[in-house]
Design a protein around this ligand. Structure first.
Ligand code: RFL
Length: 388
């Protein structure tokens, strides 16, 4: 078995396969230090924590993760909070930066004798329609490498070799929301004890805790903006305005240590199985970061895929593998639908002339008002926000 990519999807899968005695190697383009420092997600759903717990992979997040269960919406019409652990199924998030989770999963895999080839870039998967696919790769010194295996798991993200190796005619459903966020990591404690969502005429702003001294902020920005155009003064000016610091209290300032522009695009590959090539995580589907679903889907799919592969390879039962794509797509489309709803809640829909639509603004106000006042709407939100 060859697993492409050592992100949350590839590492959960590799840990579970290795424990079940399935021979597998993980090919990872980056070196180990890069994986330990790549900050991305942070909000893990309760189901994700349950999966990791079930397989003894949750020690780090149990020790250092922090429970989180409140979000605060700030709008022109005032602000309101939702304590989502008191709504719907009573579930909360655990805030644990993705790079820490990746580090824990790497350690667990290597300590158990698992095999990872760092600095090794998969280039393509050949013969995926047969039962001995080949992975062609480039090693750390540029040397050509090849592996043959019974199955290849594509867990190498949206721009990886698995996606490039899909047979012609594979359907990739894409949606471009026409919006972009500047993602910022700031060396400062969180400014509020909630996820902050600010809906503002200048654009969306978001606040998300990461650790006691690192906070993630988002600022909606022009498509095509360069991160270096956002100096510290400009960042704090916009954050103060959009988060309405004058009304709600100052934000904790600190150095901006990372700036990334994220275009709000979503896609779903359908199906997730192409012969001997199986996709999981961002390689299978990419939601926008608007509802924090990506890492959670990656872990869920990895557990399903591991169980299906063990059934097939250890017990000769291929039924779960045959059903893998259908089962994942149910979760993926639910997560997509909610992420899409969040995008429409938090932003003015882009218009061809750039003139905001009053009709769209009215719908957005109605959505926020329903969320503020309707218990049924709040339960629906909570179930989808933290659930998977
Ligand atoms: P990853 O984590 O991208 O890992 C893929 C790995 O594959 C390697 N790779 C290759 N290796 C070999 N050969 C190749 N050709 C390769 N090409 C790539 C890469 O180096 C990498 O190590 O994918 P995976 O495992 O599917 O996990 C998905 C998540 O990382 C992703 O969905 C989340 O980070 C999305 N996301 C969030 N998800 C959440 O659930 N909660 C959040 O709060 C959250 N916040 C975010 C996010 C994504 C963000 N960005 C960067 C879009 C915040 C941001 C800013």
């Amino acid at each position: 078995m060859v697993v492409l990519g050592a992100g949350p999807a590839g590492l959960v899968l590799a840990n579970l396969l290795h424990r079940a005695g399935i021979d597998c190697v993980v090919l990872e383009r980056a070196d180990r230090a890069r994986l330990h420092s790549r900050a991305r997600a942070g909000f893990l759903a309760e189901n994700t924590v349950r999966i990791l717990d079930r397989h003894g992979l949750a020690d780090g997040l149990r020790r250092h993760g922090r429970p989180h269960a409140t979000c605060e919406f700030r709008t022109d019409d005032g602000s309101f909070r939702l304590d989502y652990a008191r709504l719907a199924r009573g579930e909360r998030h655990t805030v644990y930066p993705q790079q820490y989770l990746v580090a824990d999963l790497l350690t667990a895999f290597l300590d158990a004798g698992g095999q990872i080839r760092f600095g090794t870039e998969a280039l393509r998967v050949l013969d995926a329609d047969g039962d001995r696919p080949t992975v062609e790769a480039r090693g750390p010194d540029g040397e050509p490498l090849r592996w043959r295996a019974r199955y290849v798991a594509g867990c190498d993200g949206r721009h990886g070799a698995a996606r490039r190796s899909l047979p012609p005619g594979t359907v990739v459903h894409r949606h471009d929301h026409g919006l972009s966020w500047l993602g910022l990591l700031v060396e400062a404690p969180p400014s509020l004890d909630a996820v902050g969502y600010a809906v503002h005429e200048r654009g969306f702003a978001g606040h998300m805790a990461r650790t006691s001294d690192i906070t993630r902020y988002y600022l909606q920005c022009e498509r095509g903006t360069a991160p270096e155009d956002w100096g510290e003064d400009r960042v704090w000016h916009e954050l103060d305005l959009r988060m309405r610091a004058a009304e709600h209290g100052p934000l904790h300032r600190g150095s901006v240590v990372a700036r990334t522009v994220v275009d709000l695009e979503s896609d779903v590959v359908e199906p997730l199985r192409h012969g001997s090539l199986l996709l999981a995580g961002d390689a299978a589907s990419m939601p926008t970061p608007s509802a924090a679903k990506g890492a959670n889907l990656a872990v869920l799919e990895a557990e399903l895929l591991a169980a299906a592969l063990v059934d097939e390879l250890a017990h000769g039962d291929g039924r779960a593998l045959a059903d893998y794509s259908r089962r994942c797509l149910e979760h993926i489309w639910r997560a997509m639908e909610f992420s899409h709803w969040m995008v429409r809640l938090l932003h003015a829909a882009p218009t061809p002339q750039g003139v905001p639509s009053g009709f769209d603004a009215g719908l957005r106000r109605a959505r926020l008002e329903a969320l503020r006042t309707s218990r049924a709407q709040q339960d629906w939100f909570a179930e989808n926000y933290v659930g998977l």
